[in-house]
Design a protein around this ligand. Structure first.
Ligand SMILES: [Zn+2]
Length: 592
């Protein structure tokens, strides 16, 4: 385990016992009380000046909330076993939930006002907030009456939320038994991955069969949960006057169905590329064909290269310096102010994230730095998010600092690409280059091609529900297999029970959180297309790229594309992103 990497949250509060924390809590409560007294029931009569005051006051409140969120969140997720951090985090969540409920009139009344007086949107005084107000107005069209909204919350509690809980409790409490070197081993669902990356193929196979056979046995339980969660969404979407189940998601992600259809048809047209990745993997594993339990298996003889924290910093700064000095100075600021919690420790949450800190015009990052390639790639990714934040705070007010998930990964994926570019130029051995490229095309290929059938399957299930089909285990499985095979074809030797894997995809069972995957595919291809543009334009690319990063969420997604000289409504746009993927794949194939 690497040494402790210093992390410092004291820019926000000096410690968990800082009296300023309580002051902030009191300040938040009084801000909410004042806000209610001043605005509740009155917004419907506001003119542009009063709307501006309202928005500025709301932004001030959000800014104070963000101070507490950063401090409580990073203290807690850095060590979830620490009592004091748990207490503060729970207190924060509680206060936030209560205040959000008290302030729910804000969106409702503002939306109603904007529907009644649409001219307000074009008022010069409110120019800065045009896109935000436009979104509130649009969302209001799909809002139900307050009594109906309340009823939806109540029925979800014993409806979709309960189905969602059932799937997660049921799957996470199953136990499986296998035999490893003559000894019995029992494992839980959460330990599946440990076996999927085992070097011994027989162990991987046994674990895969043990899980999938058990899932098939419970197939009807999973089908009940899935069918009800999906049917509920179809019904509620209609109530909210959406013409299709995907419409709410398209609205949130600021794209339309044609853009999405173009993207998926370009992916389908280029599916052969993913098959090439799977063929390379099979070859390196010495197999004629992959089985479902070989897809993330380690390649024999490939060693994880070690990088110290110091080396990671130097590599990233050097990668960014090939692109832009401001990128370098922001990354340096993050390192120097110790705003990155990178030490792996017991009780720390898995994964990595970056949070914007508006009041301090900075960001904070959490990750577990394990001294390997994956860790430095993650660091470059999260620093990309931090850079996005710094550039945005400089130009935008807080409300405009939120963006849709389709645009959220612009700087982070770009940061990764800059690092990969540097590493590929620096490698000393062929093996090292194969290692970097194989990891890259496997990971990105999984996003672009591997997630695509997830979208097709979800769309197909909604279609089946609307046609009135009864979806039992075998009907749902047929849809799953048909979507899956459009991408994987004959490249993987599936076995009967492995067709049940849809039962274990957690986000299909998330209540009211639909079409989870496609924004990732979109974001990935969007950035790869930008990178192609960068390689073509070099110097003229940079100012435009920084302009879209600093725009934050102040303008819609299609305008970000326009600034870059790219039309996201055209199929050619997606071909550009695929081309970047193909470049890495070609490079890899040359070495195999
Ligand atoms: Zn990210």
């Amino acid at each position: 385990m690497p040494d402790e990497i210093p992390f410092d949250l004291s820019d926000v509060y000096s410690g968990l016992d800082d009296p300023a924390i309580n002051k902030t809590i009191n300040q938040l409560n009084s801000m909410v009380d004042t806000f209610i007294k001043k605005h509740q029931g009155k917004i419907k009569n506001y003119d542009a000046d009063s709307v501006l005051d309202l928005l500025i006051e709301y932004e001030k409140y959000l800014e104070v909330v963000s101070n507490l969120r950063i401090f409580a969140g990073f203290s807690f997720y850095g060590d979830m076993t620490k009592k004091e951090s748990q207490t503060l985090y729970n207190q924060f969540k509680e206060i936030n939930a209560i205040n959000a409920k008290k302030l729910s009139f804000y969106n409702l009344e503002l939306g109603t006002l904007l529907l009644e007086k649409p001219d307000l949107l074009n008022n010069k005084i409110l120019h800065n907030y045009y896109h935000y107000l436009e979104q509130i107005q649009e969302l209001t069209i799909h809002r139900l009456t307050p009594a109906e909204e309340q009823l939806v919350i109540e029925k979800d509690l014993y409806g979709v939320n309960a189905w969602s809980d059932l799937q997660s409790k049921w799957s996470s409490t199953r136990e499986f038994e296998i035999e490893v070197e003559g000894k019995k081993e029992i494992f839980h669902m959460g330990e599946r991955n440990k076996y999927a990356i085992n070097e011994n193929r027989e162990v991987r196979k046994q674990a895969s069969y043990a899980v999938s056979k058990d899932v098939v046995k419970d197939g009807e339980i999973y089908s009940y949960a899935l069918r009800n969660i999906f049917s509920d969404w179809v019904a509620i979407s209609k109530r909210r006057k959406y013409s299709k189940p995907i419409d709410a998601s398209l609205l949130y992600n600021e794209i339309d169905q044609t853009i999405l259809d173009n993207m998926f048809s370009v992916i389908e047209k280029n599916v052969q590329m993913y098959k090439r990745v799977l063929k390379i993997r099979a070859k390196l594993l010495g197999l004629p064909k992959l089985a479902p339990y070989d897809t993330i298996a380690p390649i024999p003889g490939m060693k994880d290269k070690k990088y110290s924290w110091q080396e990671a910093q130097e590599l990233i700064l050097s990668a960014f310096s090939n692109f832009d000095q401001e990128f370098v100075s922001i990354a340096k600021d993050m390192f120097e102010r110790k705003h990155i919690d990178a030490t792996p420790r017991k009780g720390k949450t898995a994964g990595a994230f970056c949070s914007a800190w508006y009041a301090g015009k900075s960001s904070f990052i959490l990750q577990s730095f394990n001294e390997n390639l994956e860790s430095i790639t993650t660091l470059a990714h999260e620093l990309g998010h931090a850079i996005h934040g710094y550039l945005m705070y400089d130009k935008q007010t807080l409300i405009n600092c939120g963006y849709p998930s389709t645009a959220a990964e612009t700087a982070s994926f770009f940061g990764e690409l800059l690092l990969i570019d540097l590493l590929l130029n620096k490698v000393e051995t062929k093996e090292e280059k194969i290692d970097i490229l194989l990891r890259l095309v496997s990971r990105i290929g999984h996003v672009i091609f591997g997630l695509t059938p997830m979208y097709w399957f979800e769309s197909d299930i909604y279609g089946a529900i609307e046609r009135g089909e009864y979806l039992d285990y075998s009907a749902i499985t047929k849809y799953w297999v048909s979507a899956r095979d459009k991408i994987y074809g004959e490249e993987i030797e599936w076995y009967e029970e492995s067709n049940s894997s849809w039962c274990l995809v957690p986000h299909y069972f998330l209540a009211n959180n639909r079409f989870y995957n496609y924004p990732y595919i979109f974001a990935q291809l969007f950035v790869y297309a930008l990178y192609q543009q960068y390689l073509k334009e070099k110097e003229t690319f940079l100012p435009k790229f920084k302009q879209i990063l600093s725009a934050g969420g102040s303008i819609p997604l299609n305008q970000l594309g326009e600034i870059m000289g790219l039309d996201i409504t055209k199929p050619e746009f997606w071909e550009l992103g695929i081309k970047q993927f193909e470049y890495f794949l070609n490079e890899l194939e040359k070495l195999i």
